[in-house]
Design a protein around this ligand. Structure first.
Ligand code: CA
Length: 520
């Protein structure tokens, strides 16, 4: 209770938290996945799956309902988490490298006496800096028999990536130096495309019928052109590779590559021993099922991993001393608006799951709908480690949210910007502002705007930007948006760090070509 009061007060007098927290200096286990949407976690009200271990984490700790990536794409979100900065400041707006000279939260925790380690998906091109130990997947990595790199080179780890990375995390925790608190970033590849489950969950989910989201057949009427012109449609863009269709026998390697890369307009399946050809709406429904069955099967292994890690901490006397966080680098469209992938500022894509447990410091079952962003993670870690917030970090410590609710004086709006245009999935560049009740988006190349009332229209189906009744609101939000850009130093002239060239990603891509998975 004392700490809870202290945290409330701490929202007004920031230093109090740091002084209190510095004395505790928790271990930090940061578990992050790739592309796991909050609405595929039952603690977030999922209608499509059940995640008992993530639910346990939520029940024992805090669930943030409104935590957002400020640029909803893998590499930039990772750079933001490490630097506490927006993409226009940290030099990673797209798939470029994090400058190895960047000072990250890992450096600062290391300097403060933490043992720092990074395992699994890194995806920032350059070698990790500021970590006492690292062992990373190159690039996207692969699901089966992954290759991992460390300072001494690389090797293949037999098995399923989610389980391999969990094993490595437990080994690292067992063998860590015991005289220091630890900061472990445990980053899974799953459930990133191409959504390859392990055998157990592949079989288990193959027979399931997943409920369709209400917006699956969104016709995008009344919205910006960007929604119609994107190439991340479940019905129009999933390839045979995504759908795990098996190529006919006798194709050459080139023919096979072409075949799996195409979008099927009809698919032959076997039902009750009989062949059946699916087309049109029947095929669309089947595509959604195939996509979601594999995606959710991958999530299930992640949920097991979270359970194993929590169990290990609990069994080894580290429960009370360890802040455990579960998050994902961004959200994902689970057929919402007819889409898969991310990038857009819409809720399913930009919202991140964020669960945190620290017994005695985080209220069990706490829920906060305060607006949080991935820039806040690094300041939170530094706050809890008693390290002063460095100039240049653009987030704030989330510690005042540990008691649940929204503290007095908390931020009332967040800024978002997506850059990768031209880029994958033909997603138009845009920026915008989200408040507690509204979202204003500007597709600036087309000069098209969208405004959503998130209270009346949480699914973001009705663009009210041109509504006469909304014009005062529009003017107010545009002024706040401009002010946010000024405050955050986004002049539109962002820097871009080095682009991939001869690096660890390239070397392993060459190795990947020899791997049996790469044939698909
Ligand atoms: Ca991602």
């Amino acid at each position: 209770m004392f700490l809870r009061v202290l945290l409330r007060v701490g929202a007004l007098v920031g230093l109090v938290i740091s002084a209190e927290a510095a004395a505790k200096r928790p271990n930090i286990l940061f578990i992050m996945t790739d592309d796991h949407a909050a609405h595929a976690i039952s603690a977030y009200g999922s209608t499509v799956n059940t995640t008992p271990n993530m639910d346990r984490l939520a029940a024992q700790g805090l669930r943030l309902g409104r935590c957002y990536a400020v640029n909803s794409i893998c590499t930039p979100s990772r750079a933001t988490i490490l630097t506490g900065q927006y993409s226009h400041k940290n030099g990673v707006p797209v798939f470029n490298h994090l400058d190895p000279a960047s000072v990250t939260v890992a450096h600062r925790l290391q300097q403060a006496g933490y043992y720092t380690a990074m395992l699994g998906k890194w995806h920032l091109g350059s070698e990790p800096q500021g970590f006492d130990h690292w062992n990373i997947l190159p690039g996207q990595g692969r699901y089966i028999d992954p290759v991992l790199y460390d300072r001494d080179g690389h090797r293949i780890y037999k098995g399923y990536a989610t389980e391999v990375i969990t094993d490595l995390a437990i080994d690292l925790l067992k063998n860590r130096p015991k005289d220091k608190p630890f900061f472990l970033m445990c980053h899974h590849k799953a459930p990133h495309r191409e959504w390859t489950p392990n055998d157990r969950y592949r079989r288990e989910f193959a027979g399931r019928t997943i409920p369709e989201p209400s917006t699956l057949r969104d016709d995008h009427v009344g919205r910006a052109d960007a929604l119609r012109e994107q190439r991340q449609s479940v019905f129009r863009d999933l390839t045979r590779h995504d759908l795990k269709l098996v190529p006919p026998a006798g194709l050459t390697v080139a023919e096979r590559q072409r075949w799996v890369g195409e979008v099927p307009v009809e698919v032959e399946i076997v039902v009750d021993g009989r062949k059946k050809v699916l087309r049109g709406d029947e095929l669309d429904r089947w595509k959604y099922q195939r996509y979601m069955q594999d995606y959710l099967a991958c999530v299930q292994s992640v949920d097991d991993s979270v359970g194993r890690l929590m169990d290990w901490l609990d069994a080894n006397g580290l429960r009370e001393d360890t802040l455990v966080i579960y998050t994902s680098d961004q959200g994902f469209f689970l057929g919402d608006h007819g889409l898969y992938d991310k990038r857009f500022m819409y809720e399913p894509s930009s919202r991140m799951p964020f669960l945190a447990r620290w017994p005695g410091h985080i209220q069990p079952g706490a829920v906060s709908d305060a607006l949080a962003i991935n820039c806040d993670f690094a300041p939170t870690f530094l706050d809890l480690a008693g390290v002063p917030l460095p100039a240049g970090m653009q987030g704030r410590s989330l510690a005042p949210l540990f008691a649940g609710g929204t503290p007095v004086g908390w931020r009332e709006e967040i800024y978002y910007r997506y850059y990768h245009d031209p880029g994958h999935h033909n997603t138009a560049a845009h920026y915008g502002i989200r408040t507690g009740t509204h979202k204003l988006i500007h597709y600036w190349k087309q000069d098209q705007w969208e405004l959503y009332d998130l209270v009346a229209d949480p699914d973001e189906m009705r663009n009210i930007y041109s509504s006469p009744a909304a014009q005062t609101l529009v003017a107010g939000l545009k002024a706040r948006l401009k002010q946010l850009q000024r405050d955050l130093g986004d002049t539109g002239q962002h820097t871009v760090g080095p682009l991939p060239k001869d690096d660890v990603d390239i070397r392993v891509k060459q190795m990947d070509r020899k791997h049996p998975d790469s044939q698909l």
